[in-house]
Design a protein around this ligand. Structure first.
Ligand SMILES: *Cc1c(COP(=O)(O)O)cnc(C)c1O
Length: 379
């Protein structure tokens, strides 16, 4: 018998399943011979790329033989100035995912634990378990983080807490006062990662800006990304703001050139493209309203969201496949949504906000599949 390499992996990795991305448009078009596929599955920016970012990207085309600036000096300086922090507090990552992973590698090992909420972003359990660390999952309350229960669940072994605000895939969010009350309860030896991937989208008055909390809570790490509101998901760039010592630790283990040259150039241009950001937020606000109204009209329950997506509950009746029957029926109509069974939400689909006509296509397709499957069961 040949060696079973799975057996050789660390225990945490043996128990992992790979991250399941949204289905690519090209794949569905190939499989079903469809055209005009609408993808509302990965919370991408439906406006596309900022024209200024695209220009910056194209302008570095003749420099691709060069390594990027490994320190990300210019982008860090630009972010630091705008966020009113020191450049030493900023860490750049190959997507903010990279930083979540680096944090787990810095602070977790087989003797420690990482904590997150039920329905929390699926990258957290992967990052924790890959270190062979214990994963503490705290039951959600009304689909959102139950911060009191999370504080109570912290043990001597807990080194890292992950909180997404707003959370993906639920779209739920935490108010400043509740977050502060939580941070006051957390021992300063426990690092709290506040994942603000959708920060720019949130217009609520009581929504906290994590960066302003850093002065009071040195154990806080705020992560943000260029993948969502800034429209650069394909380039892979995100960042964290933290205590300089935490940034120092992340810097020790990151890959030397973890952020590529076009990403550095395009991110800085996107960050300064105020008009594109404004249009992105406006499109998203309108789309959230359009989808919410459409779901209500179809009699579908959904979780109110402040992100660029909504989790909608499908009437699955006794169908053991849950929302998967609807997911598949929608695919046949050329609409890609995101099943969230891996988030313990087997009856929901997460639908990203698209352009007005894309949202309309999705609502029309939902109406049709509800008529086909809606009496509570499989077709
Ligand atoms: C999309 C997302 C991210 C960001 O991913 P990138 O690696 O920056 O593309 C991080 N956290 C949450 C909760 C997300 O939904």
């Amino acid at each position: 018998m040949q060696c079973d390499f799975i057996d050789l992996a660390n225990d945490g990795v043996q128990g992992l399943s790979p991250y399941q991305p949204g289905k690519p448009i090209e794949e569905l078009e190939r499989e079903l011979g469809l055209k005009d596929v609408v993808k509302l599955a990965s919370n991408e920016n439906p406006l596309g790329v900022s024209p200024l970012a695209l220009k910056a990207y194209q302008q570095v085309g003749n420099k691709l033989h060069l390594y990027p600036d490994a320190s990300g000096y210019e982008l860090k300086r630009c972010l630091a100035e705008s966020l009113e922090v020191e450049p030493e507090q900023i860490t750049l990552g190959n997507g903010s995912n990279d930083i979540l992973d680096l944090l787990a590698r810095v602070f977790l090992d087989a003797d420690s634990a990482g904590l997150y909420s039920q329905h929390g972003f699926v990258v957290y359990p992967i990052a924790i378990q890959a270190q062979g660390a214990q994963a503490i999952v705290v039951p959600a309350r009304d689909w959102g983080h139950d911060l009191e229960a999370m504080a109570a669940a912290i043990t001597d072994k807990t080194r890292l807490v992950f909180i997404a605000n707003p959370n993906n895939p639920t779209g739920t969010w935490l108010k400043k006062a509740e977050l502060e009350a939580f941070l006051k309860k957390v021992p300063e030896t426990v690092v709290v990662v506040l994942d603000e991937a959708y920060f720019e989208y949130v217009g609520e008055g009581e929504y906290p800006d994590g960066v302003t909390l850093l002065q009071d809570f040195a154990n806080l790490v705020v992560t943000r990304t260029f993948s969502k509101a800034y429209g650069l998901a394909g380039l892979r760039i995100g960042y964290s703001i933290s205590h300089p010592q935490i940034a120092d630790l992340l810097n020790r283990i990151r890959a030397p050139f973890n952020v590529n040259l076009p990403a550095l150039a395009a991110a800085q241009a996107a960050y300064n493209d105020v008009d594109f950001l404004r249009r992105s937020l406006k499109t998203n606000q309108a789309g959230l309203k359009q989808l919410a109204a459409g779901f209500a009209e179809l009699g579908l329950d959904f979780i109110p969201s402040v992100g660029n997506f909504i989790a909608v509950e499908m009437p699955v009746g006794n169908d053991p496949a849950g929302a998967m029957s609807y997911y598949n029926a929608l695919l046949k109509k050329g609409v890609i949504t995101r099943p969230v069974g891996v988030y313990q939400m087997p009856n929901h689909l997460r639908i990203s906000v698209g352009l007005e006509q894309e949202n309309q296509r999705c609502l029309q397709a939902l109406k049709e599949v509800l008529a086909e499957l809606g009496s509570g069961g499989s077709a």
